[in-house]
Write a protein that binds this ligand. Sequence first.
Ligand code: SAH
Length: 229
Amino acid sequence: MIWNNSGAQQSGGETSETYTRQRTQMVKEQIIRRGISDPNVIRAMMTVPRHLFVDEEDRNEAYEDHPIGIGEGQTISQPYIVAFMTEVLKPDSTMRVLEIGTGSGYQAAILAELCDSVFTIEVFESLGEKAKRLFSSMEYHNIQVKVGDGYLGWAEKAPFDAIIVTCAPTHIPEPLKKELKEGARMIIPVGNFYNQELILLEKKEGKLIRQNVLPVRFVPMIDTKGNKY
Ligand code: SAH
């Protein structure tokens, strides 16, 4: 894929080589050293220019080991969490994936490197529209963005081979369970600000098998009026 790096070169005097060096170090220290081993996930983390998904003044921090603010009180997830959630979905080039919580668009871009198509829903119009523009400038033609409430799923595009939720409800949304194909997986943070777990669900013979995989802290899932789920 060919990137438009002009923005990167203007910001803080950093060159794209500097970002490539920082990205290589991120993948080595935060991703591989902590146990991510799927070579395709590692390659995607090495390929996607994470600095283009944060505001220009934050680009020098883009490859650091923490989340970063992206406006509207929302964040781009820590690189390791993105890689971890991607790996547990066992992505492959045939899969149609639904993401709830587009945010910066970074997680969707990682999935777009690995899967056939990505459908992503963002509740804030400003963030959804910004991500749309970024995807088109980066020529990610296999990502579709919808502005709306992801709790309700995306019926017209369902069913999906995998669902990834990057904001936390206090329970697993019923509509999302229904949009999983047989054999499909969903990774979702569930809980409140103080007590949250990533949960992996797998649909087997119509039933959902549930596994708690990692304690995390995501922003809450909200409806279009801003009320928490
Ligand atoms: N995947 C994102 C992480 C964004 S943080 C990234 O890679 O940058 C979580 C996002 O979920 C926020 O942008 C927030 O606005 C969004 N969100 C919260 N509730 C939502 C809902 N009901 N439907 C869709 N998006 C929601």
